[in-house]
Structures are given as C-alpha cells and as structure tokens.
Write a new protein. Structure first.
Length: 375
C-alpha cells in the first residue's frame, strides 16, 4: 500500500459533522472505513493493493465557559475518498483492516498533536508542530508495515489495532479543564453618586461625579479591597454653622478597607456582599487652599455585582500546567455608610453623624492563576 502524508496548513477544521458528500475530506470520527470511502481509480501499474490518502487538520478558536477566549487548538484525523483507492480484487477484509489500522494511527497522532499544541499556544508554531507530527506518523506507519508484513500477518495486525484502540480509549479527545488556584488581583475604576442624611447631611448636598479607585485581592470567593474615593459637594441653604456659606463646594475624600464574600461566582457574573471600615474627610476652601473640616470614622455595608465581559488565558508549558487568566468586567455597587466625628473631637467642633447612600458603576480587570489539566 502506498502511503501519503498530506501536510495541510489550512485553518478551517473539517469535523465529522461537515464531512458530507460535498466535502473532500472524511473524518475518523465518522467510524470505521468502508469500501465506499475509496472512490479513486487505482493507479495504473502500481504494485500496491490500496492507497489511503490521509492527513491531520486543525483550527484555533476560543474554549471554555461563557465568553472565554483562550486559544485552543483542535485537531482532526481525516482521509480523502477522492484520492484513496482499492485495487480490483483486493477489497477484502484484510486490506480494509490494514487501512483502518493506519487511519487509527492518524487519529492517535492527531490527539497527541492537540495536546502538544497547548504547550505552544502560538499560532505560527502550529504548522511546524503539524509537520513534525506527520513525520512521526510516517515512521510509525513504516514500523506497522514491518511488523505486519504490509498487513498480511493478520495476528500481528490485530495486536497493533488493539494497542491503538486501547490508547484511544484511555486518551479521549477532549478539552482541558481550568481550575482556579486561589489567589487573584483586581483593579476597578468607578464613577457614582451619593446622598447624605442625618446631622451633617442636612448641610452637605449630594455628591455627583464621585470617582472611586479600587484595588483588591482575594482567595477564591473571599475578597479584600481598598477604596480611594474623591467627590465634591455643595453646602445647602441651611448651612449656617460656623460661617459656612451656602453653595460653597467642599472636597470629600474617603479611604475604606472592605471585606467581601462572593455568594454567587459564575463564569459570566458574580454577586459579592461586603462590609467595610475607614475614614471620610471633608475639606473646605479658604484662600486657595483646602482645610480639613472633619475626619470621621466610617462603617460601610453594601453589595457589588459584576458582569464578566471577556476572558483571556495565557498558557505556560506542560500537559498539567498553569495559565494566567485575565477577566474584564463591568460592576455596579449599592452601599450605605455611617460616619461620625465623635471619636475625634479635637479635629472638628461639634458632633456630626452622617448617613450616606450611594451607587457606583465601574469597569475592572482581574488576573488570577489557574491550573490546566487534561482529563
């Protein structure tokens, strides 16, 4: 039998579902070969009983849950009926078994290439890997010929087929699993607004255009974050305390530490209640400078929802290896906080409790380490 290794560098994968009468390729996944798969006219003068024209094709695409865009290389073993033939008088079971053994070897090397490709994750290297895979495949087919007498030794051929079937059963064609190792980092930039109540809230108007920076780290569902917030607020008409003029713009700054736990943590969204503590400061302008009016301890309760927009995976070497995952998200937070300056009476005269309710919208990037395993 004449063997031909077809080096296909096409980027469109021919799956079994698309291997129809109009397709030039026939996938291994369609099942055992039949006589109908050999449609070419035998080469005149050939000393071979058959010719199987085979190849390995691949494509790259995203893989994973939701909007995962990790680059995954999918391979397939194919043969070409229009270029494969059986000589007259040799379309017997022995010859069909030999061609099936060769086709099984093509599938074995297709799956091996798929696994090796994950160690590359670089599109321009896939063609070199395909060439090396086909070279190894050709050597193994020559070894199969030598061991089976070109398929004439039925017992040896059956042993080789059983060996291939066992390997294929133990190494199914599948996608890798991604499992979070635990620790992750996040940066979030948000805009929002808040309204104030209670004693100080009577004098200070809503804060519109609030800017919030969040830096967070966490372990699996547990989250610890630091928030730095800046906003401006105008004094209300009844702000007659200590010569605070109506309409004066105060600078509001906050720093909070928050602890949260994701009660919902899905590939496409999450929901995280949190509790926080920190300080809220107000600064009033005077002769071109800002002076502290109040430094108040603050307690915060709230919840943050995130909708994950896109995932990226960057894979390192190894069949059981690590990947860096980067997730972009949009977020929305609702929160309430209570502040009072009674703990620091020397920093501001009087007792100014304040209750604040706010809404924050943000965009974030989160990076984490994952373990990639093959089932």
């Amino acid at each position: 039998m004449r063997r031909a290794a077809t080096l296909l560098t096409i980027m469109m994968l021919l799956l079994a579902a698309s291997a129809t009468a109009q397709s030039p390729a026939r996938s291994w996944k369609r099942g055992p070969l039949t006589k109908k798969d050999f449609g070419a006219v035998p080469t005149r003068g050939s000393d071979r009983n058959s010719h199987l024209h085979y190849g390995i094709v691949y494509n790259t695409s995203g893989v994973g849950d939701g909007l995962n865009s990790y680059i995954f290389c999918k391979t397939a073993a194919v043969m070409f009926p229009a270029d494969s033939w059986l000589a007259d008088g040799h379309a017997d079971e022995r010859e069909m078994n030999y061609n099936q053994a060769v086709f099984d070897l093509v599938e074995v090397h297709s799956r091996q290439m798929q696994r090796e490709a994950q160690m590359l994750n670089r599109g321009r290297q896939y063609d070199f890997l395909l060439a090396a895979t086909l070279d190894r495949l050709e050597r193994e087919i020559r070894a199969l010929d030598a061991a089976t007498g070109h398929g004439q030794d039925s017992l040896a051929l059956e042993r080789m087929r059983q060996q291939n079937r066992r390997w294929l059963a133990e190494n199914p064609a599948t996608r890798p699993n991604f499992e979070r190792e635990g620790w992750w980092w996040l940066f979030d930039l948000g805009l929002g607004a808040c309204v104030n109540g209670m004693e100080l809230g009577k004098w200070i108007g809503p804060s519109i255009g609030l800017i919030d920076y969040e830096l967070a780290t966490g372990y699996k569902r547990l989250e610890f974050s630091l928030h730095f917030t800046q906003a401006n607020s105008k004094l209300r008409e009844n702000a007659d305390y200590e010569d605070w003029p109506t309409g004066e713009v105060w600078n509001r700054e906050e720093i909070h530490a928050r602890l949260g736990f994701s009660v919902i943590d899905k590939p496409t969204y999450s929901l995280t209640p949190f509790v926080g503590a920190g300080f809220t400061s107000f600064f009033e302008p005077y002769m071109g400078e800002y002076y502290s009016v109040a430094l108040m301890p603050t307690i915060t309760l709230g919840v943050t929802g995130r909708r994950h927009i896109h995932h990226w995976h960057y894979v390192t070497n190894g069949l059981k290896h690590r990947a860096d995952r980067v997730t972009s998200s949009v977020s929305a937070s609702l929160y309430g906080s209570y502040s009072t300056n009674s703990f620091f009476p020397l920093l501001a005269s009087g007792h100014f409790p304040m209750l604040t309710f706010g809404l924050r919208l943000g965009v974030s990037l989160r990076t984490e380490r994952e373990t990639v395993t093959w089932p």
